[in-house]
Design a protein around this ligand. Structure first.
Ligand code: PDD
Length: 287
């Protein structure tokens, strides 16, 4: 059975699914997206991703394509038709298709909605997390509203490609003050030299990661307070541990930054504990 994509009310063979050439997502990156991890056929951190989607749409004044209830049915149907039990579910909403003009199209132009799913081998990802991943640093060249999850990802694409060419998994983006903002598609964390968990505050120009938010709650339940406070590249390189979070990576240990080992160059105990805790909690809370 082939892959199926949902596009504007129709479930279509993935290879034939398409949006209009004048779709504003294609012409202007005028749209938003969300990504859910799927565990055992259920959506992990479902509520957080739905809430962020609603906020992204509101901030950009893009109408909701359908009610939350109807959208949930579409998401589940895409999973069912693709037989995805473990994987990722992607959703894009754009301001719709209309004659090219930078200003918004006529009110009443329906937003475009695309939903796709792909399977993931969690055992392989777990093996990767056991080894840990390398990151490099790159200048943060993005716009001033990175709290909105837009499909305008060109600086993220370029940073991720630089990481790939350097043999690394991720690029950590660095602002003009030398402070790490986040990764190109993940949030950045350290266990600092004093043993404190740190990640950038959401007052900064970063995405409010759903995984990040859930992990802060879990860490606090364990009496491991999280300082939402910026760190420099130098602090990251001299940290005891470093890791990244995302729906697509859960909690993944970072074992080197720009080729310099973090700690002893292996995943640290705090990160391993947080990963186990997050995965367990995500699986049991998935809906
Ligand atoms: N990326 N920061 C950025 C820039 C991201 O694109 C993402 C997610 C995150 C982590 O957010 P969350 O924990 O809500 O997944 C942080 C998704 C997975 C992607 O683009 O594929």
């Amino acid at each position: 059975m082939g892959r199926i994509a949902y596009v504007n009310g129709r479930y279509q063979p993935h290879g034939e699914a398409a949006v209009h050439v004048e779709d504003r997502g294609f012409q202007f990156a005028d749209g938003v997206y969300e990504v859910w991890a799927v565990m055992g056929g259920r959506l992990s951190d479902a509520e957080g991703h739905f809430e962020r989607l609603a906020r992204s749409l509101r901030e950009l004044r893009i109408p909701e394509p359908m009610s939350r209830g109807a959208l949930t049915l579409v998401l589940r149907e895409v999973l069912r038709r693709n037989r995805v039990r473990d994987g990722l579910l992607y959703l894009q909403v754009t301001r719709g298709a209309a004659p090219r003009d930078h200003a918004f199209p006529d009110a009443g132009t329906p937003p475009t909605l695309v939903v796709t799913a792909k399977p993931l081998d969690y055992a392989a990802l777990e093996a990767k997390a056991q080894r840990g991943v390398a990151v490099i640093t790159q200048p943060d060249q993005r716009w001033g509203r990175c709290d909105i999850k837009t499909v305008g990802l060109l600086p993220n694409v370029l940073a991720k490609q630089a990481a790939k060419e350097a043999g690394a998994y991720e690029a950590w983006l660095v602002d003009r003050d030398g402070l790490v903002t986040e990764g190109s598609s993940t949030n950045a964390w350290i266990v600092d030299a004093n043993g404190r968990l740190r990640t950038r505050d959401t007052g900064a120009n970063i995405l409010r990661g759903v995984t990040r938010n859930t992990l802060i709650g879990l860490a606090e339940e364990l009496q491991m307070p999280v300082e939402e406070r910026p760190f420099t590249v130098t602090e990251a390189k001299s940290a005891r541990e470093a890791f990244l979070t995302a729906a697509s990576a859960f909690v993944t240990p970072v074992v080197s930054i720009d080729g310099e080992p973090i700690g002893d160059g292996a995943p640290g105990p705090v990160t391993r504990r947080l990963r186990a805790l997050y995965v367990e909690s995500a699986r049991s809370q998935a809906v």
